[in-house]
Design a protein around this ligand. Structure first.
Ligand code: HSE
Length: 354
């Protein structure tokens, strides 16, 4: 194959040269096709946990949080253009499929290669699960985001994070539901408003003023698969509830832009459409919410589809007390063991190379 410095796919400029100078891009022409070549043999990426919905922001708001996440190693499979195989998965207790087309990392990688155009090689993937499955912390989205970012990095990052959200969304649609409020922030970091999925339109919401903001995340030993938690959602919503949640959603966005943790917590606490039908399916959730507020949280709700509960505070010490109170409530009222409790900050970066 005679190598030529050309760019194919969505990054190509009118001259066939890379339209974005910050990307390294290598492509070659063979048999009339323009192939995009890898720039390294292996690339590793990490993507963080996310809190979707934040109460009334169901399916349209989410944020990335520091701490645990998933890691994907992508390696070049020479002479197998476009092929994706999953080499290994660690940390899932053998529960996830190793068939690429059935697994969120495989689907995200396949979609990423499609977005690039004509890759000259295939990709082998190793997934290290840091997040528990069905936890409400964006586990499948973190896998998809890490896979998309690792595969993109293997080819010199020709695609932007915004473009890669499409690949992550395809993965989410196949394994949990058609929503970008986990995969958007897991890739981009910070708070992300999903204005539309089709066509995809994301709005980054900077947290104003850099005031202190902490999320308390308590994950009980209980699984709430997103597909099942979506099956219980109401088909119709009373007009009054629509007005209430729209108002609280507006308050959520204002709180983020103004950097007002108190308003953020109180708006997040106020969902009257989704939380009321999901909370009864999570043992102890109502008591956890009450305990969080009694211990000083500004508000508490279900993180994503649950069962993790999320509370908002502006002080790390208060956060530690809130975490203890929430964990106690899961144990005593829900009769659930607690898998993890953490007081974490916003992750402003999202997916990153490691
Ligand atoms: N918005 C999605 C849901 C997030 O609540 O179903 C799932 O993590």
């Amino acid at each position: 194959m005679q190598a030529m410095r050309l760019c194919s796919g969505p990054q190509a400029g009118p001259s066939g040269r890379c339209a974005r100078s910050r990307t390294r891009c290598s492509a070659a022409v063979a048999g009339g096709k323009v192939y995009i070549d890898p720039v390294k043999k292996e690339c590793t990426a990490f993507a963080p946990a996310t809190v979707a919905n934040l109460g009334p922001g169901f399916d349209w708001l989410g944020c990335a949080v520091e701490g645990e996440g998933d890691t994907v190693v992508a390696r070049v499979l020479p002479d197998q253009p476009g092929k994706v195989v999953i080499d290994k998965i660690e940390g899932d207790n053998g529960r996830l499929s190793l068939v690429a087309a059935e697994n969120c990392v495989g689907i995200a990688a396949i979609e990423t290669l499609k977005l690039m155009g004509q890759p000259s090689c295939g990709v082998g993937l190793t997934l290290h699960k840091g997040l528990p499955l069905g936890s409400g912390m964006g586990s499948s989205a973190a896998s998809a985001a890490a896979a998309a970012w690792a595969v993109n990095g293997l080819f010199g990052s020709p695609l932007t994070k915004d473009q890669l959200v499409t690949a992550g969304l395809a993965s989410e649609a196949a394994v949990s539901g058609y929503h970008a409020d986990n995969v958007g922030p897991s890739l981009l970091g910070g708070f992300v408003l999903v204005r539309s999925c089709d066509p995809l339109e994301l709005v980054r919401l900077p947290y104003g003023g850099n005031g202190p903001l902490y999320f308390v995340l308590v994950n009980p030993l209980f699984e709430a698969p997103t597909k099942q938690m979506r099956a219980v959602l109401p088909r119709d919503v009373p007009f009054k509830s629509m007005i209430h949640n729209s108002t609280q959603g507006g308050a959520l966005v204002a709180a983020i832009l103004q950097g007002d943790a108190r308003l953020l917590g109180s708006a997040l606490d106020s969902d009257c459409i989704v939380e009321p039908v999901r909370a009864p399916l999570i043992p102890g959730m109502a008591a956890v919410k009450a305990a969080a507020k009694a211990a000083g949280a500004f508000g508490c709700t279900i993180s994503g589809a649950g069962p993790t509960a999320v509370a908002v505070v502006s002080d790390a010490d208060v956060g530690a007390r809130v975490a203890d109170a929430m964990a106690d409530a899961f144990r005593t009222e829900g009769r659930l063991e607690v898998n993890s409790k953490a007081v974490v900050r916003l992750d402003p970066e999202g997916a990153k190379f490691v």
